[in-house]
Design a protein around this ligand. Structure first.
Ligand code: 5GP
Length: 190
C-alpha cells in the first residue's frame, strides 16, 4: 500500500538495526482515518474469503484490528497478556516471545469468545519473526476454529516470519513489507 509506505518514510523512525517506531500514527497517536483506509485495503485483499471474527494480541495490534473488524462487520477479540496459567480451564493460552521486549508472555483468550468452526482473521500491527502470529494460530487451533488468513500492517521481511507462514500455507497479507532498513533508508519489497 503506497500511502502506508509513504507514511512510514515520513513519520517512522528506525531504532537500532531492526525496530521501526510508528507511534506517530499506528501505535500511540492513532491516525484513525488512515487506519480505516488501511482496513479498507485489508477488506480488498481478503475479498471472497469468509471471515467470522478478527483476533489480535494486546496492546499494539488492537487499534488496527478494531478498524479491520469494523470494516468487515465482525467482532474483534484480543488475546490478553500476562494471563495466569490455565488453572480454571476457561481460557486458551499460548506463550509468545516478544521481539520488542525480549521476554516471553503468556497470552490468553476466554474460551467462550472463540467458537468451534469459526473462520478467524488474525490481525497485527507488525510481523517480524512470527512469534505473535504463531501463538495466535495456536490459540485458534485450540478452539477448533480455522485461520482464514493473517492481515498485517507492517511486515519486516528481513526477519522471515512472514515467508515461513506463507510457506506453511497461510494467506498472509501485509500492507507494507520492509526488506531493508537503517536509520537513513527504508527499502520496501517491490
Ligand atoms: P514477531 O512476533 O513477529 O517477532 O513480532 C511481532 C510483534 O512484535 C508485534 O505484535 C509487534 O507489536 C512487535 N514488533 C515487532 N517488531 C516491531 C517493530 O519494529 N516495531 C514495533 N513498534 N513493534 C514491533
Amino acid at each position: 500500500m503506497r500511502a502506508l509506505e509513504e507514511k512510514i518514510l515520513k513519520e517512522g523512525k528506525v531504532l537500532g538495526d531492526d525496530v521501526l517506531k510508528v507511534g506517530a500514527f499506528l501505535n500511540q497517536r492513532l491516525d484513525v482515518r488512515f487506519l480505516m483506509e488501511m482496513a479498507d485495503e485489508v477488506v480488498r485483499l481478503f475479498d471472497g474469503v469468509a471471515i467470522d471474527k478478527v483476533l489480535t494480541v494486546e496492546a499494539s495490534g488492537i487499534a488496527f484490528a478494531v478498524c479491520v473488524a469494523h470494516k468487515l462487520n465482525v467482532p474483534a477479540v484480543y488475546a490478553k497478556k500476562g494471563g495466569a496459567a490455565n488453572v480454571s480451564g476457561d481460557t486458551y493460552s499460548a506463550e509468545i516471545y516478544s521481539f520488542t521486549h525480549k521476554a516471553s508472555n503468556t497470552v490468553v483468550v476466554t474460551k467462550e469468545y472463540l467458537e468451534r468452526g469459526e473462520r478467524v482473521l488474525i490481525v497485527d500491527d507488525f510481523l517480524a519473526n512470527g512469534a505473535a502470529l504463531n501463538g495466535l494460530i495456536d490459540i485458534v487451533g485450540q478452539a477448533d476454529a480455522y485461520v482464514a488468513g493473517c492481515a498485517i500492517a507492517i511486515e519486516k521481511g528481513f526477519q522471515r516470519g512472514g515467508d515461513k507462514l506463507r510457506a506453511a500455507g497461510y494467506k498472509v497479507e501485509s500492507l507494507a513489507i520492509i526488506d531493508e532498513m537503517s536509520s537513513s533508508d527504508i527499502k520496501f519489497r517491490g
